[in-house]
Structure formats: C-alpha cells, structure tokens
Design a protein around this ligand. Sequence first.
Ligand SMILES: NC(=O)c1ccc[n+]([C@@H]2O[C@H](COP(=O)([O-])OP(=O)(O)OC[C@H]3O[C@@H](n4cnc5c(N)ncnc54)[C@H](O)[C@@H]3O)[C@@H](O)[C@H]2O)c1
Length: 308
Amino acid sequence: MAIKHFFIMGGGVMSCRIGMILGRKGYKLTVYDINPEALKNWRQQFDAIGSVMKSNFGMTEEELERALGNIALTENFEDVIKADLVIEAVVENMEVKRRVMEQIEEKVGEDTIIVTNTSSLAPSLIAANMKHKERFCAWHFNSPNTYTEIMGIPETSPEVVKTLRELSISAGEVPIVMLKEKTRYLANNCLQVWFMEALDLIIDGYGTYEDLDRSWMLAHKHDRGPFAIMDFCGLDLRLAQAQNEYQKCRDQGQDASVWKKRIDFLRGMVDKGELGVKSGKGFYTYPNPAYEDPKWLRKELLEDNGEF
Ligand SMILES: NC(=O)c1ccc[n+]([C@@H]2O[C@H](COP(=O)([O-])OP(=O)(O)OC[C@H]3O[C@@H](n4cnc5c(N)ncnc54)[C@H](O)[C@@H]3O)[C@@H](O)[C@H]2O)c1
C-alpha cells in the first residue's frame, strides 16, 4: 500500500523528531494535539530540537526547512480521515493510549495502518480494545539515532510489518524488526538500565551528573552521557515511565521504593519546568549545553595547563 500522508497524534517532542525524519524525505504529515497550547509552542519546540539535530547529528538547515514545509498542524481531529498511516505519539500513559486507539479506529478506514510509538508500554495492551488489530503495530522512532524498531503484536499482519520496514528504509532509517513482543524493544532495554543506575548514583550522592556523563563519554567515546540523553528524551517522559514502573511493582505486590525515590527526584525537576532540551533546561541548559564544549570533558587537564 502506498503511504503518502501521515497523521501524528500528539504534538510533543516525537512529533517534531518523526516530522523531521519523514518530512525531509517528502512525506506529508499532519500533527494533531488535544492541547492547543502544545500546537502554539510546537514551532519553538521544533526549532530547539532542530538546533540540537544540526549541531550534534548532522541534520542540515535544508532538511529542516523541507521537513517544516511538509508538516501541517491541526486542532481538528477529523483531519485524521485523510491519513494512510496514523502514528500515536501521545503521553506515555496506558489509559490515554488505549482511548486514543479507539478514537482513531472510529474515524479511519479499515486499511489505514495505526502504529504506536510507545517506548515502554506493551503494544498488545494498548491495542486491547481495537477492532482491527491486524493493522496495528509498534513503530518506534529512535531519532536522533537512525533506526526504527518494528514490533508486531500476535495479530499484526505481515503486510503491515513489511510496509513499515519499507517506509523506514525509504526514510533513511535502519529497520530493526523484533521477532516477538517485548516492552522497550532491544537497545532501549539496555538503555533503561543505564538511565536508572545513573539516576540512583546521583540521588544517593555518589557523584555529580556531570562527572557521571564525563566518565561515560570518556569510557565509551560517546558524545553524550546518560543525563544528556535523558535531557534529549524529556524528563517528563522519564517521570511518566517511572510512574508506570512504580505502579507495575505495586500491582505485582513487589517493593516499589526504588521507583518512588526516582519519581520524587524527577518530579522535583519537572515541577520546576526542567524538562530537558524541550524547555531549555534539564540537567544541562540549552542551547549550547556544557557537554558540547570539547574542553568540558577534559577540564582538569586544561585547567592544569591554564587553558580552561
Ligand atoms: N521523547 C523521546 O525520546 C521518545 C522516543 C521514542 C518514543 N517516545 C514515545 O513517544 C510518545 C510521545 O513522547 P513525547 O516525548 O513526544 O511526549 P510529549 O510529552 O513531548 O508529547 C506528548 C503530547 O501528547 C499530547 N496528548 C496527550 N493526550 C492526547 C490525546 N488524547 N490526543 C492527542 N494528543 C494528546 C500532549 O498534549 C503532548 O503535547 C511516548 O509514548 C513516548 O514514550 C518518546
């Protein structure tokens, strides 16, 4: 099936990042958000993310301009009718996502593919109340990393997986097709462990977030450490995920105290508006976060030489 028109449900960080990936390749996208404020602030958010994509990830001004030219914003949910493929990118909350799936199915034809971009929730539970589960799949964008994960639920049609695989390739993204469903996909399962370990280390006072990131960057020759990556993803998203995990532990009768500690810490930042790149402040301040300055990584050596 030829997919020309995408509809993104949720005008947050991911609408910008997915919009950049697909829009720069000429795909048309419409972005809808239930909150008009999100649409009002959308361009500012796009520019903030675009500036990091340019300085750190090689996206060009032309690509960003082309993407912008292919993205329309709407406050009218009825516009979903025009879509060949709907991408759900609303808040990481099971009830909200389930409701959104039902809303989308009510409006679109049976052939329209519907995907979730969830990072950490089980797609088969998100789709639990859908009538046509064969057209549903998880299609997880990892921007700025240039790969997508495609993860079907047992009912997903192989044609849908094939279409998403082809679309990923045409958008310049490496498609990683999961063999079976697992929350958090492949790489993100490992990433989650780093993030939580990193948070615990600073909450428990073993070191600073800068030093953890610096040692990580030096150890692995990465351009960013776990805290910089958390800033890029959004600390409100990290908080929502921690809240989901807390609830999961509670529901299973397990000790949830470690999640409570992480939630309290993250809530402290989110309540101050420190959401990461999208609000201009998270662990670092944006634009021009400290970790982009090559001197910052080795500052002690440069200080010793009088160069810092
Ligand atoms: N941020 C990341 O790095 C990242 C990466 C991959 C996947 N994801 C996933 O993508 C999804 C969106 O994440 P985000 O970072 O863009 O979140 P975000 O908080 O930046 O944006 C979510 C948007 O959804 C809107 N929304 C809430 N309920 C809605 C509804 N019923 N209908 C329409 N819009 C609604 C909110 O108003 C908000 O603007 C989440 O599931 C997240 O796990 C995020």
